[in-house]
Design a protein around this ligand. Structure first.
Ligand code: CO
Length: 212
């Protein structure tokens, strides 16, 4: 199928690489030498929430994992490998879980409807809904409830990151990484830090999940 947008991509790439080389002719050579990102970013796959763009960070600054609704699942080899590599090899100082208002994955989990294979993925978010059912059920405005579940999902996934042995071991030994929860507000473009207290969150999690 013909697509003008598709045809543009390689031209856009060429223009981009040339502009980078104009600024610094060693640009790609230096990047090729290796990466040393300070942050692991775990976010949603949503096309409107691109990690480097919304943070204003450069190539090489962020190690990134994205999936539907920024879920950190213990059974997901993909994300567990990303976290292990980021912590043990790249020695990132911060891990960020970034959700976003208007998240389709979170919305779908609030609906009583089947999405096929996606149901088992969305189950992770339905579990967050269930854990917080009391608080959520008293919110009568649907959009407010939806926004709140987005925030709760971020908090839950932050805890899931902290539950990993890689994070606990490294923090114990090195004092990093710390884990943060953010929400991106698509309507305004604003990033919001949920100001999760890492130390107390770690203590709470370790009551049950202490593995180091
Ligand atoms: Co989303």
């Amino acid at each position: 199928m013909k697509s003008e947008k598709y045809d543009q991509i390689f031209k856009l790439n060429k223009a981009w690489l040339e502009s980078k080389k104009e600024e610094d002719h060693q640009y790609f050579k230096n990047l090729y030498e290796g990466q040393n990102p300070e942050f692991l970013y775990i976010g949603c796959s949503d096309s409107r929430v691109p990690a480097n763009t919304i943070t204003g960070l450069d190539v090489g600054d962020l190690f990134v994992h994205r999936n539907i609704a920024n879920v950190v699942s213990n059974n997901d080899m993909n994300i567990m490998s990303v976290i292990q590599y980021a912590v043990e090899e790249l020695k990132v100082k911060h891990i960020i879980v970034c959700g976003h208002y208007g998240c389709g994955g979170v919305k779908s989990a609030m609906e009583q409807k089947s999405y096929g294979l996606l149901d088992s993925w969305l189950r992770n978010i339905r579990d967050v809904y269930r854990h917080n059912y009391q608080e959520l059920s008293v919110i009568t405005d649907e959009n407010t409830r939806y926004d709140r579940l987005v925030e709760m999902n971020v908090m839950e996934q932050v805890e899931n990151v902290i539950k990993t042995s890689y994070v606990q071991k490294s923090y114990n030994k090195n004092g990093f990484p710390t884990v943060h929860g953010w929400v991106y507000d698509m309507k305004s473009g604003k990033l919001i830090d949920l100001d999760i207290n890492f130390e107390s969150c770690l203590k709470e999690v370790q009551k049950v999940y202490k593995i180091d």
